[in-house]
Design a protein around this ligand. Structure first.
Ligand SMILES: Nc1ncnc2c1ncn2[C@@H]1O[C@H](COP(=O)(O)OP(=O)(O)O)[C@@H](O)[C@H]1O
Ligand SMILES: [Mg+2]
Length: 263
């Protein structure tokens, strides 16, 4: 889907949302993309985007990059002309309820209100914080730029609105496996984080450089389930690389090495 949305378009859309259902119906007839538009750009999200346009974070949205169950990713452009990825978490609370276990038990998110919208906002903030932590110790991740309510803005990893391929979409080698294991190690030992949703779908490959992303599920090592998540991450990597013909590594040994901090 290709379009351009700036603050004038948002203003118009807000007027539409505020006006009668009748005009919404006619808009629906005119645009087959309206359903996506309406799901993503509900009134609170429009207001959030509007404030990101007005505070100089964003200049316009340039199209959708990916739509998922929990979020949609847009290609956006800053007033300086830099490409950004805008992850808009869908305000459909049920999907996020399933994910409560990644938040409860993380000391950083004690005393939180885990209802509806607040939970989604928390999820966006959590991803932002995780990215910031990883970025600050030079782990290759998209640089986080801003988070507001359910909208996360980060550096765009790709060219002209096309993301770099993920490991699942490209050739991989044994050195990619070593590289990703090094990143997992660095993340665990230097950053105290476990990605917790690591797979071939959440690692970009740009020529030979790997970039980890999708940090919403990442937990602090103090989380009671962090070791289970770590083990699952390592198993996912082992499974994927062996499917691609790369010899299996010793998951148990790597896991022990990490949790003993013996690296
Ligand atoms: N920083 C980014 N730059 C470019 N594309 C991105 C970026 N983040 C996500 N994407 C695109 O959106 C897709 C889904 O992003 P992800 O964060 O994994 O969301 P989900 O939670 O739906 O898995 C990625 O596979 C990629 O195509
Ligand atoms: Mg993902």
């Amino acid at each position: 889907m290709s379009f351009q949305i700036d603050n004038r378009a948002i203003k118009k859309a807000l007027n539409k949302v505020n006006s009668s259902n009748k005009s919404n119906r006619s808009l629906k007839k005119r645009s087959e993309d309206f359903q996506v538009f309406q799901d993503v750009f509900n009134k609170p999200t429009l207001l959030t985007l509007y404030s990101l346009f007005n505070n100089g974070t964003l200049s316009y949205l340039n199209g959708i990059v990916n739509s998922g169950k929990e979020s949609n990713i847009f290609w956006g452009v800053t007033p300086e002309g830099n490409d950004v990825a805008i992850k808009i978490y869908l305000t459909v609370a049920s999907e996020f309820r399933k994910r409560l276990k990644y938040i409860e038990g993380d000391n950083r998110f004690k005393n939180i209100n885990t209802n509806g919208h607040k939970l989604i906002e928390l999820w966006a903030r959590k991803e932002y914080k995780n990215l910031l932590k990883a970025y600050s110790i030079n782990i290759p991740v998209p640089k986080p730029i801003a988070v507001k309510q359910n909208v996360l803005v980060m550096e765009f990893q790709g060219i002209d609105g096309s993301p770099f391929p993920t490991l699942s979409e490209t050739e991989v080698s044994e050195s990619d496996l070593h590289e990703v294991l090094d990143l997992v190690t660095k993340l665990y030992t230097k950053c105290n984080l476990v990605h917790s949703d690591l797979s071939e779908y959440n690692v970009f490959k740009n020529s030979s450089d790997l970039i980890l992303f999708d940090f919403g599920s990442a937990v602090d090592v103090s989380h009671p389930m962090s070791k289970d998540f770590l083990s699952r991450d390592l198993n996912n990597l082992c499974r994927f690389f062996s499917k691609r013909g790369i010899p299996k590594f010793d998951v148990e040994k790597k896991y022990q090495e990490l949790i003993d901090n013996d690296v």
